[in-house]
Design a binder for this molecule. Structure first.
Ligand code: GLY
Length: 308
């Protein structure tokens, strides 16, 4: 449960199907049904009808999630703010936006994330300060109040409403994937210095984090069929050719067999470009993606479509 005072969507938590279903009948749709627990980034179902919502409840209980959260449907744009804390101080990293759905135009099933960019222009300095003061710092205070000495990454999943207000959707105690590929590509300060300061409770002593100018964009290449069933073991070519100046190809679902790289998961590679501006990063990341080949590979061609 999120501490009082932190702006969130209206929500209720249930450990029994009947209570959850009654709540849906009372609140109506659209409504959001979430697994309370680790779900590989796929535990959130945005349901547009009561029938879909009731089915989602059955599905989650059938998968042995003993607890579900039912949340108000909010409109706006989702933003991921990853922050680092040493338990005393919290510092936000640059804000990112992911593309959760498999299909172009944000359609189809939810995935772990199909592409991300950072920083997002949706969050200016003023909004970033609000997020720190209204969400991150109160969350750290609440952790302290509960006697939790948390040091590491606090990942706030936020909705920025059409009015420009941040509302908290979720927290994760981990980096986000693929947001991290974009965010850390922009970090100039050595990451190890920052992480060490977190473990030693010396984050307040560090100078401000330094960032490269411009934007980083990550495009995820997935196996055809993902997030449903997909095949593994396809030969991947073109990775070395793709890794030109400014491009890094992060491995996710791959394995090396006799000097050949094979697919070994749903999300296979995260091709990431850092460039002087958003448009250049998008152009160069897709040039790199086109050099990579494997049978049935799939990627979204519209990463960054929310930025005109
Ligand atoms: N990209 C979403 C997540 O890491 O949960």
């Amino acid at each position: 449960m999120i501490a009082g005072g932190i702006p969130t969507a209206k929500s209720a938590t249930f450990t029994d199907q009947e209570g959850a279903k009654n709540y849906i009948l009372q609140e109506g749709a659209p409504i959001v049904v979430k697994a309370d627990g680790l779900a590989a980034g796929k535990g959130v179902m945005v349901t547009m009808t009561q029938e879909e919502a009731l089915n989602a409840i059955e599905e989650l209980f059938a998968q042995n999630f003993g607890k579900v959260v039912i949340e108000e449907f909010l409109t706006g744009q989702e933003v991921s703010v990853l922050a680092l804390t040493d338990g005393l101080t919290i510092r936000p990293l640059i804000p990112a936006q992911d593309h959760k759905q498999i299909g172009e135009g944000d359609t189809g099933a939810n995935t772990g994330g199909m592409g991300a960019y950072a920083p997002t222009p949706l969050i200016d300095h003023k909004l970033s300060d609000r997020i720190t003061k209204e969400i991150l710092e109160p969350t750290l205070k609440e952790l302290q109040k509960r006697g939790i000495d948390y040091r590491g990454v606090l990942y706030a999943g936020l909705m920025i409403t059409p009015e420009g207000d941040p509302k908290t959707l979720e927290f994760n105690c981990r980096f986000g994937d693929p947001e991290t590929q974009a965010v850390l590509s922009m970090l100039k300060t050595p990451l190890v210095d920052v992480l060490l300061a977190c473990t030693q409770q010396k984050l307040a002593d560090l100078p401000p984090l330094e960032w490269y100018e411009g934007t980083a964009v990550c495009v995820v290449i997935a196996a055809g069929g993902y997030p449903n069933s997909y095949e593994k073991g396809k030969i991947i070519t073109g990775i070395a050719e793709a890794q030109t100046e400014g491009i890094t190809v992060f491995h996710a679902g791959t394995k090396l067999v006799d000097k050949t790289i094979l697919t070994d998961g749903g999300r296979v590679l995260g091709v990431t470009s850092r460039a002087v501006d958003f448009q250049s990063a998008i152009a160069s990341v897709y040039q790199a993606v086109e050099k990579i080949k494997f049978e049935d590979m799939y990627y979204r061609r519209d990463i960054g479509h929310r930025i005109s």
